[in-house]
Design a protein around this ligand. Structure first.
Ligand SMILES: [Cu+2]
Length: 340
């Protein structure tokens, strides 16, 4: 009886037919050398003497390291890379869905280590979970998509169901992590991570982005450990960039911008992203009630927060982690609101 009632409730809550669509992505895991400070300079502390502005020690000449990243291609031929905005940095492409959509992601492993693709927030079966472990109760082994060997491809299928989307009080889209999950700590530290954004049903444009905001940014706060804990290898990065080398967070005047903030890493990865110049709101109830307004967000490893900003205070403003050690280690950049 209870099951019957549950089934009826489930049917009622199912999305209307015709809304949902299938969104296909082609990803590869590829090795490259990542430069956490391509300018070689500390771009946020360059004045009054603009030349030179070297990175402080021990990072002056210690900011290029081998990584493995998720890279997007246009189709199954895997010949044309899909360009992504520079501010996305080391992160893999934004995978988008509207509630009700199915996400299909083909992952081809062009790296020399096994790689998987585990999505937060979406609905999946065991084979589509993309995580490597055994069940302690059932003894069930890892699913088919847990670990893709070098040279192999796998097709993941995930559903953005009602529980993947925002609640009525949250902004109309929300962010989730995806990352490799074979040995999770070393996988994400290698660079195998990226964002999923799910938009409320009926609120998405054709490309999946929310209709009620003008642009969205994703910023991930993560201390990459590239030298087994040595200070010179601790990259206190936002999207894989340190000391202002994250550029392009530029907003036309008067636009509504949505910030998706992501945390990742170890016990030292407690971050408090802070915007100068403007405040943000974390949710909304109707037209008039903001659920919370702040200019500092609390982010622990793997936490995901979405906040909205009205870009009506022109200027270039600091955007940084407010943890003291992290400021000194370069977890700092700026964002810019253009003049009217
Ligand atoms: Cu921090």
């Amino acid at each position: 009886m209870i099951q019957a009632i549950f089934s009826v409730l489930l049917l009622i809550s199912l999305p209307l037919p015709g809304h949902a669509q299938m969104r296909q992505y082609y990803l590869a895991a590829e090795e490259e050398v990542w430069d956490f400070a391509p300018s070689g300079q500390n771009l946020v502390h360059c004045h009054p003497d603009p030349e030179p502005c070297p990175l402080p020690e021990p990072w002056t000449n210690s900011h290029r390291f081998p990584v493995v990243r998720f890279v997007q291609y246009s189709d199954a031929n895997y010949t044309t890379r899909v360009p992504q905005p520079g501010w996305l940095g080391i992160l893999g492409p934004i995978l988008r869905a509207e509630v009700g959509d199915e996400l299909r992601v083909r992952l081809c492993n062009r790296a020399s280590r096994p790689v998987g693709l585990h999505p937060h927030g979406l609905r999946y079966t065991k084979d589509q979970e993309g995580a490597h472990y055994s069940g302690v109760n059932s003894g069930q082994g890892p699913g088919l998509g847990a670990a893709i060997s070098p040279g192999q491809c796998f097709d993941y299928q995930w559903l953005a169901d009602a529980e993947s989307g925002p609640t009525p009080m949250e902004p109309s889209s929300k962010v989730w992590w995806y990352h490799s999950h074979i040995h999770e700590p070393s996988d994400v530290n290698a660079g195998l991570l990226g964002p999923i954004i799910v938009t409320r049903q009926g609120w998405a444009r054709e490309d999946g982005s929310p209709k009620d905001v003008d642009l969205e940014f994703v910023t991930a706060f993560f201390i990459f450990d590239m030298l087994q804990g040595e200070e010179a290898g601790l990259m206190h990065s936002i999207n894989g960039y340190i000391f202002g080398n994250l550029k392009g967070l530029v907003i036309p005047y008067g636009k509504k911008v949505r910030w998706h903030l992501l945390g990742m890493g170890n016990e030292v990865d407690l971050h408090t992203p802070h915007w100068h110049g403007k405040t943000v709101e974390l949710g909304r109830l109707g037209q008039f009630w903001s659920t919370q307004r702040t200019d500092v967000i609390a982010l622990l490893p793997a936490q995901m927060v979405t906040a909205d900003m009205l870009a009506d205070n022109p200027g270039e403003w600091l955007f940084h982690c407010h943890v003291a050690d992290h400021i000194d280690a370069g977890m700092v950049t700026t964002y810019q609101i253009l003049p009217p």
